[in-house]
Design a protein around this ligand. Structure first.
Ligand code: BES
Ligand code: MN
Ligand code: ZN
Length: 513
């Protein structure tokens, strides 16, 4: 799918299809108005006959429209014009792209970017259009022998901007949207693959192939013997219960000055979580193939960063293994020594994510990170607390948490903070080791973060619990690629504020001279 930016009036577009909005009740958008004028009221007549009310999500396709140079015209219902929300705008784009894909048109020129969305600018609308279109057209059919291919699929979408002076802004938005969609799509593909194919070795191979694709990206994979040398007793204890060898993926993107401290992303890469000896119930256990979505989204954000060639140093670290029951697996009550030296009493082998993450979090100290963000499908409790609309965020550095929340708001991939107060730390007490791996039933997401916080004291850190957002269950079961948009937005925002400080510093020194 290809996107481009253009400016110009709708009646003059030589296109397979022009796409314009209609508001409720039967009100023409500016582009529809222009087409109406050019055709002596053709569209007004269509509306008067009652074929299009403008209801959100409804569409009407017209062939050989009068007064226009396009072969077709797609009217898209936008609902009431006032206060169109992010969600409504995504629905508008979704219905338009779904219809276009089912229609014979392979290319279309879209005027929906002119619709006012509350609190959002042109850049946002263009980027959302790209992301939404790619979302609609995504298929997880790599393992189906019969694919339900559309004979004439939508191949090209031309997005219009009001003025020539908006072209550059629009093109930047397309580039960002495409990079994010690329990252989301990688994260979905990896997430949707079953545990027997997407193994720890497979994840490592994918990371290595990304490293070959981008020249600023260097990927190294640490093997079991090296992990033993590093003393990663917590990580290795989880891997012991499986026939698949564990790997630690270390991917370094160098887009910034050599001295600049890196942003570090750590992703939970449990390629299947059966719970171990504390085995999970059978219902919906297949969904535990998604327990590597933290890893997948870290690779997705890394990909988006490479695509955009951001001027930043980014490090992605992924501990990956399986969590299965086996004669060699962890048993409840076992005590292991983490890389940090702290001993851990494993009271529940199903709380394995924190065991692999804690060693990765200790390992990244050696890179003197500016900030560390870990991303993990860590607790079922997070789904109970926040449902499936927001990722959970907790951290030891308020500005970092704030930046993540605000990247979530602007990208439309939202997150919500949970408290990481000292009081909760009291739930982590063990009679026999330094720390237990569970903190009781109450506040499960918070005590999981408390556990991680014992390993992140040396740097600014935030934790994202994506148990509720990484995939959807039910009829539309599938990975979402979240929070790739949030993480990429965070990186873009950082680069922008970096540049601002640099240019204002430049001005200050120039002023002094
Ligand atoms: N991967 C799961 C968390 C999970 C469960 C995510 C269901 C999404 C849906 C994690 O490893 C886990 O099993 N956590 C336990 C922790 C508990 C034993 C303290 C949980 O949430 O039940
Ligand atoms: Mn588990
Ligand atoms: Zn898990």
């Amino acid at each position: 799918m290809e996107f481009s930016i253009k400016s110009g009036s709708p009646e003059k577009q030589r296109s397979a299809c022009v796409v314009v909005g209609v508001f409720e009740p039967r009100r023409l958008s500016p582009a529809a108005e222009a087409l109406d004028k050019a055709s002596d009221g053709f569209l007004s007549t269509v509306l008067r006959r009652g074929d299009m009310e403008g209801k959100l999500g409804k569409t009407l396709l017209i062939h050989n429209p009068q007064g226009a140079m396009a072969d077709r015209m797609l009217l898209v219902g936008c609902g009431r014009e006032r206060d169109i929300s992010d969600k409504q705008y995504r629905e508008i784009i979704g219905s338009a792209v779904t219809r276009l894909d089912e229609t014979g048109t392979m290319e279309a020129t879209c005027y929906l970017t002119e619709i006012n969305v509350k609190g959002r600018d042109l850049h946002w609308k263009v980027r959302q259009t790209v992301e939404c279109s790619r979302e609609i057209l995504y298929r997880a059919d790599s393992l189906k022998t019969k694919k339900d291919d559309i004979r004439r699929p939508l191949r090209k979408l031309i997005l219009t901007v009001p003025r020539r002076s908006d072209l550059a802004n629009g093109e930047r938005a397309v580039r960002e949207g495409e990079a994010i969609a690329e990252g989301v799509s990688l994260a979905k593909d990896l997430g949707n693959l079953p545990g027997n194919i997407c193994t720890p070795a497979y994840l490592a191979k994918q990371a290595v192939s990304q490293g070959k694709k981008y020249n600023k990206l260097n990927v190294e994979v640490l093997q079991q013997a090296q992990l033993e040398k590093l003393g990663m007793g917590a990580f290795l204890s989880v891997a012991k219960g499986s026939r698949e060898a564990p790997h630690l993926i270390v991917a370094e993107y160098k887009g910034g000055p050599a001295k600049q401290k890196p942003v570090v992303l750590v992703g939970k890469g449990i390629t299947f979580d059966a719970g171990g000896i504390s085995i999970k119930p059978a219902a919906a256990m297949d969904e535990m193939k998604y327990d590597m979505c933290g890893a997948a989204t870290v690779l997705g954000a890394l990909t988006a960063c490479c695509e955009l060639q951001l001027p930043i140093n980014l490090l992605a670290v992924i501990p990956t293994c399986e969590n299965l029951p086996d004669g060699a697996a962890n048993k409840p009550g076992d005590i292991v020594t983490s890389m940090s030296g702290q001993t851990i009493e494993i009271l529940n082998t199903d709380a394995e994510g924190r065991l692999i993450l804690c060693d990765a979090l200790t390992y990244v100290e050696r890179f003197s990170p500016d900030v560390v963000i870990d991303v993990a499908t860590l607790t079922g409790a997070c789904v109970i607390a926040l449902g499936r609309h927001a990722s959970g965020v907790l951290g030891n550095h308020h500005p970092l948490v704030h930046d993540l929340l605000s990247a979530g708001k602007s990208s439309g991939d939202r997150a919500w903070e949970l408290p990481l107060w000292d009081e909760y730390q009291d739930q982590l007490k063990s009679n026999f080791a330094d720390i237990p791996n569970i903190g009781g039933r109450e506040g499960g997401t918070i005590t999981a973060a408390c556990f991680l916080s014992r390993f992140t004291k040396k740097y600014h850190w935030a934790h994202m619990d994506i148990a509720g957002t990484a995939w959807v269950s039910g009829e539309k079961k599938g990975a979402t690629g979240r929070p790739v948009p949030l993480l990429t937005q965070y990186l873009i925002d950082r680069c922008e504020s970096q540049q601002q400080t640099r240019s204002s510093k430049g001005k200050a020194t120039r002023g002094k001279k």
